[in-house]
Write a protein that binds this ligand. Structure first.
Ligand code: ADP
Length: 189
């Protein structure tokens, strides 16, 4: 069983690339953003708790996020491999993920970071605003999400890099080219 973390700022293309990777490799997709959106849409107790935080563009506290992730892992004991999208976003989340994998005698085999500039991310999300209706894509909230990324989430990169586990893929260009570059990382190991 091989597990992948797909990492990158909001709008880096994690969702787009995840879809293609799932099709090719059969990963079970775990997107914490999608999970939180599902909870808020269905007004579950968890959804009620995180709605305001999410809509402001801030990160949901680690404790809540990690508990939700663990629940999702436990729901999929037969998974051939997981693709983690939008998780981990903090160092404690990365540590928790390693811990959960170890508990199942598994590991995170690949960490792929999509390297995209802040300028590109802003352009893409401005475009997405016209097609998708995400409350947190509004200017002010987007600013918050980008700040959260560059102040908190970015520290996950040296955490993995120090352990020699980080693969960086250039995330600007044709979707297909980026996909091939990710596949190269997965196929060479
Ligand atoms: P994006 O990557 O486009 O910012 P996501 O769909 O991954 O958006 O996440 C949307 C929101 O869900 C985040 O802004 C945050 O509030 C919450 N969220 C998702 N994943 C996490 C996480 N791992 N830790 C904390 N909050 C999270």
């Amino acid at each position: 069983m091989k597990n992948l973390v797909l990492f990158g700022p909001p709008g880096a293309g994690k969702g787009t690339q995840s879809e293609k990777l799932i099709q090719k490799y059969g990963f079970v997709h775990i997107s914490t953003g999608d999970l939180f959106r599902w909870h808020t849409k269905n007004d579950t107790p968890l959804g009620k708790k995180v709605k305001e935080i999410m809509n402001s563009g801030a990160l949901v506290p680690d404790e809540i996020t990690i508990a939700m992730l663990k629940e999702e892992l436990d729901k999929n004991p037969q998974a051939k491999g997981f693709l983690f999208d939008g998780f981990p976003r903090t160092v404690p989340q990365a540590e928790a993920l390693d811990h959960f994998m170890k508990e199942n005698n598994s590991a995170i085999h690949f960490i792929v970071a999509l390297d995209v500039t802040e300028e590109e991310v802003r352009t893409r999300i401005a475009k997405r605003r016209t097609t998708e209706n995400r409350v947190d894509d509004e200017e002010e909230k987007l600013n918050k999400r980008i700040t959260e990324y560059f102040t908190k989430t970015v520290h996950v990169l040296p955490f993995y890099d120090k352990q020699g586990r980080l693969n960086t893929v250039h995330g600007i260009g044709a979707v297909e080219t980026i996909f091939e570059d990710i596949c190269k990382v997965l196929d060479k190991n």
